[in-house]
Ligand binder design. Sequence first.
Ligand SMILES: [Zn+2]
Length: 109
Amino acid sequence: MAKTLANCDDCRKDFKIKYIKTTRKPDIQIMYFKCKHCKKIYICSATDADMRKEQVEIKMMMREVNQLAANTAIPDWQIKNKWDHIESKKQRLKFRIKTLGNRYKEELR
Ligand SMILES: [Zn+2]
């Protein structure tokens, strides 16, 4: 993955982001990076099998709605309802991923 520059929230220094992937039992996948100056941990995502399944489901739903949207016979409000539904699903999942990530912050340090 390409390296991007980040500014640390804690020490305010710039550092190059180097993504690190790790796993935890039974089926957790964690992606994170750390500040090379103060070692602060930044978790990008932490998912279990269930969440990853939902990520795939959301992608499929998005593809489906995109196809529906191309069909002019379907009213806009119906498409919008579907997008809203997907969006709320995405937000809920995002929150779960963040909550799970917080659990590993201390451990990865
Ligand atoms: Zn730092």
